[in-house]
Ligand binder design. Sequence first.
Ligand code: MOS
Length: 753
Amino acid sequence: MAQNEQKKGVVGQPLDRVDGKLKVTGGARYASEFEAPNLAHAVLVQSTIAKGRVTRIDTREAERSPGVVAVITFENMPKAARPTNPPGGQTIPLLSPDIKYSGQNLAVVVADTLEEAQYGAELVRVEYAAEPPDTDFEKHLDQAFAPRSARGNTKRGDFAANIGGATKKLDQVYRTPIEHHNPMEPHATVAVWGPDGLLAYDATQGVSNSQRNLAEEFGLPQDKVHVINPFVGGGFGCKGQAWPHSPIAAMAAKAVGRPVKLTLTRRQMFTSNGHRPPTHQKEVIGTDAGGKLVALQHQSVNHTSEADIFQEPTGSVVGMLYSCPNVEVEHKLVRVNVGAPTYQRAPGESTGSFAHETAMDELAWELGIDPVELRLRNYAEKDESEDKPFSSKSLRECYEQASAHFGWSRRNPKVGSMRDGNFLVGYGMATASYPANFWPAAAKARMLADGRVQIMCGTQDLGTGTYTILTQIAADGVGVHPSQVRVEIGDSFLPGAPVSGGSCSAASAGSAVQLAAEALRGAVIAYATGDANSPLGGLSAQDLDVKDGRVFSKANPSKGITYPEILAKYGKTVVEQQAFARPGIERGPSGPRTNQGQAQGDKGKGEGYSMHAFGAQFCEVHIDPDIRMVRVARWTGAFGIGKVLNEKTVRSQLQGGIVWGIGMALLEESLLDPRYGRFVNSNLAEYHVPVNKDVPPIEILLMDEKDSVVSPVGAKGAGEIGITGAAAAIGNAIYHATGKRVRDLPITLDKIL
Ligand code: MOS
């Protein structure tokens, strides 16, 4: 009753985005929109061959072109501007004539205007000694090598000894293509050198990471590099690590003695900031007659570049998703002449779940067992890959609720048996999962004399709603109306927080803000309770409640005092508290300003627990019987993602993930021309992503999940789980409708003719 109503806070409510108005009115400034006095513009010249050597770069014509300030190559880069500690491998900026991929940076043209720099870049003549590139990793599977420590490898029981005894056996290969992130906002860096070092407006998923990278590259102490990035126009992983254009912008600015702005073109976004590597996943599963898994093997290979190592951990989900006593999961790599691959939305879980959840569907058909029932028969009560209990898991409820809402019971379990008018109808489902990551983060909470609250945290908002959820957490934590809270993020001089990757920011930055806000409330209230003459004198924190900035006695709500009154009475113009949240502690002590929050290696597994979000994806496809065009007709997804911090933004994230899943299943593929090692669809006209017409109504069901282990704030993260299982659910529905099993993405209509 009243107890509940009083407790009901802002967290969880579908609060509108606090930054929404700024965004739709153009008030939100993105990296490339920042200006500086005397700003010059830089444009990259990139290799048009994928393998070989530059024999000559002729910059004379470019240098004479109007407005051009400098043309900088590996040959003429001023020593003083050169990064002292350039990033390793292929991310070396402009430092070598050796070509390892098409799109490698060779020169940068700096000019007074963007157009002059663009024109100048066209005038740089490059001569090459070209060699035939090698871009097809599947030709070299026999030469695949194991990375030193492969993520997702697991082994339990004895696969080889037990697969022979299986009643049913599946042995298939699943393949996923190269994909690109394609955020709306391209990468950009505005580099400004001054007496305090380097100021960079940088499009990044991690201001602290960007700061650390630039500091290392130029041999500067971290506090001499200031990275600012208040808004991010999407990231999806490509803005999560260092790429060459940022140090190139900083180098160019140093070389010409002016601030420099460098923005990647859409085409350069296909070569200069990573991609999802293609995968070749061989899966062998053996079951008994009842469908119980007895042995499972997953062998995955992905391509990586000539100089970097990136391994897509496709098998991490395979090792833990179902109960099976004999499991072997391994990953290998093949080097090809492409730029470095990187993390892309649910790296590993999205690609691995396509293989594994398609394989489970194939087994269900083979065994004549309903696909949901097969998954329930193999339900993992604990994480067998780590031999740990789950901190929480509502996957059973997800299956139940999603199948009930979807109407799974209406499914006729016969291929091609369902129709809607002329259309073939298919129902498909799959399991979704993603790790609940929580990495160390710090935050500061400050109250001003008028009771307004400022929150400072070096996290960032990729468009996901971070500003909004932090506002809600702070409002509840301090006990003020959300309109009284102002959140400052996207600045490396703020208390450190991790890169916004791995769906970690709600848990990480959210927990730090919650702890800081609670500490601030405690500190302000202590002035009043510690004073015998105050209306709250002698009361303890447990006796008190706070609402809209007024602290009052629970027993006698008329006895109270407002925050501004407290600050005025005790002569405080400002009260400030800082908190540090890290895995393994429920309540963090206040700490000094820190950038340790970027320690990504810390997986944050709560002591003794395996922590994951889970979900169930159900979809219906309609297929034209003649031309085989596939339409996803409707979708129900149920998810257990810990505490829901904002019902509106979380739904939007999960829906967005599923939209990505539709793209992954049916549309997305970056095509390399093997002759030149060049992407041929490096633009948004020919790289297809779902548009409104491709996206059906998506119903999202959120499980009521309380998990006090994952993080102080109780959230598991929602940014990536939506894409997991989604492509398999669509492929499984296509099989139901047509009897065509497609094991290589995307499922274009030629594959189901
Ligand atoms: Mo996400 S691929 O961890 O930015």
